[in-house]
Structures are given as C-alpha cells and as structure tokens.
Design a protein around this ligand. Structure first.
Ligand code: SAH
Length: 245
C-alpha cells in the first residue's frame, strides 16, 4: 500500500541520521564553508601577496576556533560569514580572511611571544594563541578588554594576557616581541612598537587615514635593526585611538 511504503521510506531515511555521531559543534560545516571562502579570497589577492594560498596551519586554526563565541548573541547566525561584524562601542571583529592573512604574514612559531594591539573580541588573539607560545594583547576600551579577557579564559586560552591601555606605546615589560600584530589603523607606524620588535621579527599593521583606504604594511626588522617595509594590500580597519598624534 502506498502509505506504508512512504512510512518505511521515511524511517529508512531518518535512521541513518539518528545513528550518525555528532562531531564538533553545530558550526563545523559553517566553518568549513568559511575556509573555502578564505581560499578564494587568497586566490583573488594572490597578485598583491605573491602567493596562491595561506599557510595550512593557519587555515586549520581558522577551521577550529569558535568565532561564534566572539560575536554578540544577535550576530551568531553571521559568525561564519567572511565579513567583519559589529562588537559594540563602534568596533568590529575583523573579517576572517584578514585575520587569517595577518596571522600567515607574521609566520607564527610555537615559541613566539606575540604582541597584539586592539584585543576587540579576542578572536585574533585566540587564533594567534593556537600557533604561538604567548600572546600579549592591549585594548583601549575597558568593557571590550574585560569581556575578551573573560571569554578567552573561559575558552581555555591560558597563554593570552589582556591589558587595558593605549597600545601605541606597546608593552615594555614583556618586550622584545617576535611578532607584533596591530588590528586598528594608525596614521604612522608607532616608534615604540618598532623599538619593541626583536631583530629578525615581523610586524603587520594597517597604515593610513581613518576615512580613506589604508594599506596593510608588513615590516621586517633585520638583525642589524634596519627595517624592510612592504605595502601589501588595501584594507579598511577602525582607527587606532589614544592620546598620541
Ligand atoms: N583584533 C580584534 C579586532 C579589533 S577592532 C578582534 O579580533 O576582534 C580594533 C580594536 O582596537 C578595537 O577594539 C579598538 O577599541 C582597539 N583600539 C583602538 N585604538 C587602540 C589603542 N590605541 N590601543 C589599544 N587598542 C585600541
């Protein structure tokens, strides 16, 4: 009889689903899709960057860090879109492709000590923490810094220290750093950050006006202290604020 046939068909279709073990969280697929979008962006920008793909270690981390934990509840459904999202106080969590690219550019190593300026949600800090030894991150907006610090602790990132303050001046007590990642746009490269970068170290920073497009700049400090500076890609970040000019 037709209705029996359809019932058993339905059961047959549902049973394998019920028996499938649930791996990871509900966002596993969304993160996989995000990875393919980042791969496409990397190909689209390959002429700027002189490479076709990002470091597989970085991609694996982006495929694992729960970005939905770093966005406000009303943005969770957008957490794995390849877009910046509002996190309050007029600030944003950066676009995942840009987070991946900046992480790739500093060539992270497990023994690295990293300084991040602009903790924001803590997402970039978490990505860095997965690939390096210790991350020091500075945030100027008290509430964001406190929230990010608690969030990172709750998620088990015990190799991240967050401090409130003006990141323009760096974090002298823990200098020098193997790498420095600045996630807010500065009108110029802050000299204190250059001073706190190890010889042989790398810094990535968006430089330019707060109203126009900025350039993502990669700075390599040679063993003799000389700087090699490369402008890589037009980008758009929220401005680096604070008392300096
Ligand atoms: N890295 C963040 C995104 C940061 S948006 C993330 O992954 O979510 C830039 C952040 O830089 C904002 O939170 C802003 O408050 C902060 N910021 C701006 N000027 C700063 C300064 N002078 N020192 C420290 N943080 C600053």
């Amino acid at each position: 009889m037709p209705h029996r046939y359809s019932l058993s068909w339905l059961l047959a279709a549902l049973l394998p689903l019920a028996a499938t073990p649930v791996l990871g969280d509900d966002y596993t697929q969304a993160r996989q899709h995000l990875l393919s979008e980042i791969e496409r962006d990397a190909q689209d920008t390959s002429l700027y960057l002189d490479r076709e793909a990002l470091d597989p270690r970085v991609m694996a981390v982006i495929g694992r860090v729960p970005r939905h934990e770093f966005v406000p509840a009303n943005q969770r459904s957008n957490a794995y879109r390849n877009r910046p999202l509002p996190i309050g106080h007029g600030q944003t969590i950066s676009q995942p492709y840009i987070v991946a690219l900046m992480t790739d550019l500093i060539e992270p190593q497990p023994d690295h000590r990293v300084l991040e300026i602009g903790t924001g949600s803590g997402y970039q800090a978490a990505v860095l923490a997965e690939l390096t030894g210790q991350v020091y991150s500075i945030e100027i907006i008290e509430e964001l810094g406190e929230q990010a610090s608690k969030r990172l602790a709750r998620l088990g990132y015990d190799n991240v220290s967050v401090r409130l303050g003006d990141g323009y001046y760096g974090w002298e007590e823990h200098a020098p750093f193997d790498t420095i990642v600045v996630t807010a746009a500065a009108s110029h490269v802050p000299p204190p950050l250059v001073a706190q970068l190890k010889p042989g170290g790398r810094m990535v920073i968006p430089v330019g006006s707060r109203f126009l497009t900025q350039q993502l700049v990669l700075i390599e400090k040679q063993q003799d202290g000389q700087l090699i500076t490369r402008q890589l890609l037009p980008v758009r970040f929220v401005p680096l604020t604070g008392g300096h000019d």
